[in-house]
Design a protein around this ligand. Structure first.
Ligand code: PMP
Length: 416
């Protein structure tokens, strides 16, 4: 069933109807293999947002009239839906709407550093993190003059492209106040050992922050039930809109962390000398909320739930394995992926064609893959390369995508 998912649901995505005329004058199907950067949108999400703007659009928590009351209800209903989507142990009061994973991680890193870090503390993160889960901790360490310990990879071979847990045991010591890592990596697609890292952090009483940008659309473990203290993700990687994301935290952190942005909607009182903050998620949601985006996120969660996250994972990883098998038979290809069969991402490079050239050449065949450092400079440097091509699969990907992409990569040699 999962294997057929892509072909069955592709018609739900209007973007795949727009086949493009490329430079050689031929009309070519759109082969989108960059779901890791952002997901395409199903009709149900597009329609929900359009319909909402046509009939119910209004401010949230700011008006006594019809559209505002309906918009406020929709916004809070979405919060409830997000809480259930994260896990049965999660409550709506733990869900904060942000602009995306980046903003979520900045809020939590800033708040934790203000409350819990001093010059005797240690933060532990892997070197292979996306910049969004690296720079905020680097800044926190600089501000608080505390130590930032980086976990390396076990090695450079495929089977060793995983976080070094022995090192984690050594680094996560009594003075460690926070351990932050991605659930799934955005460059090599590794699924990190969440349970083991949480256990090591809990042993020393450290907080656990998990970047779920890559995992939320295809992994359904309740990370809070497993012991996470905060998680972050983006709507646009969940087949939903841009400019909305989530920071979910344990209730105690929602109550205690200081706000990050100041302005309307996050106060309980303001006078000319000082201001008092409101309680709950609103404390972190200064300014006009991402209202239409919340409506889109709600529709995206319905869409993902209707397909099933396990189905999406099995389908996407099945196609990634098929792609990998064929890719490895092409001369001069070097693969950078754990190759466990569970990844939905395959990163690679061609020994004779630079990654950026490869991505440009693939576009001649209307094949979209990302090339570059993938917002993870330390990882790219550690792998001894300057750029990689990344092929990533999603719910709508299908076997034709694999065939066309493989042919395009084979043809690239003739085109340079
Ligand atoms: N973390 C990871 C693992 C990601 O893949 C991304 C997006 N590339 C982010 C964080 C940042 O997400 P956003 O740009 O939506 O804030």
């Amino acid at each position: 069933k999962a294997q057929n998912l892509g072909s069955k649901i592709r018609h739900e995505f209007p973007i795949f109807k727009n086949n493009e005329k490329k430079g050689d004058g031929q009309i070519k199907p759109f082969v989108y293999l960059d779901t890791a950067v952002t997901g395409q949108k199903p009709q149900s999400v597009i329609q929900a947002m359009t319909k909402y703007m046509e009939t119910d659009y209004g401010s949230v928590h700011r008006g006594a009239y019809g559209v505002s009351i309906r918009s406020s209800k929709m916004y809070e209903d979405t919060r409830e839906k997000v809480a259930k989507f994260i896990g049965s142990s999660v409550d709506a009061n733990q869900v904060i709407f942000t602009k995306g994973t980046t903003e979520s991680l900045n809020i939590v890193a800033h708040g934790i550093s203000e409350l819990f870090l001093d010059d005797k503390s240690r933060i532990v993160i892997p070197t292979i993190e996306h910049h969004a889960n690296l720079i905020p901790w680097q800044q926190a360490a600089l501000r608080k003059d505390c130590e930032l310990a980086y976990l390396s990879l076990e090695g450079k071979q495929s089977s060793k492209l995983k976080i070094n847990l022995k090192e984690a045991e050594q680094f996560i010591t009594k003075n460690t106040k926070v351990v932050a890592f991605a659930h799934v990596g955005n460059v090599i697609g590794q699924i990190n050992p969440v349970e083991e890292l949480i256990a090591l952090a809990k042993k020393v009483g450290a907080l656990v922050v998990i970047d779920c940008a890559q995992s939320m659309s295809s992994h359904d473990e309740d990370l809070f039930a497993m012991g996470a203290d905060a998680i972050a993700f983006s709507g646009h990687k969940l087949y939903g809109p841009t400019s909305i994301g989530v920071l979910a935290m344990k209730k105690e952190l929602v109550d205690r962390l200081p706000p990050y942005l100041f302005g309307g909607g996050m106060i309980s009182d303001v006078n000319l000398e000082q201001s008092l903050w409101t309680t709950g998620p609103a404390k972190f949601e200064a300014g006009t909320q991402p209202i239409t985006e919340a409506c889109g996120l709600s529709a995206a969660i319905d869409w993902v739930e209707s397909k099933g996250r396990t189905n999406i994972l099995n389908h996407s990883s099945g196609l990634a394995s098929l792609f990998l098998e064929k890719l490895k038979n092409i001369p001069d290809i070097e693969v950078f992926s754990p190759q466990s069969g569970k990844e939905t991402i395959v990163s690679f490079r061609h020994k004779k064609i630079h990654a950026h050239d490869m991505a440009t050449i693939l576009d001649f065949d209307n094949v979209a893959m990302r090339a570059g450092h993938h917002c993870a400079w330390p990882l790219i440097r550690n792998l001894g390369v300057d750029a990689l091509v990344r092929c990533s699969f999603g719910a709508y990907s299908d076997g034709d995508d694999v065939e066309i992409a493989i042919e395009a990569i084979k043809n690239s040699v003739k085109r340079v």
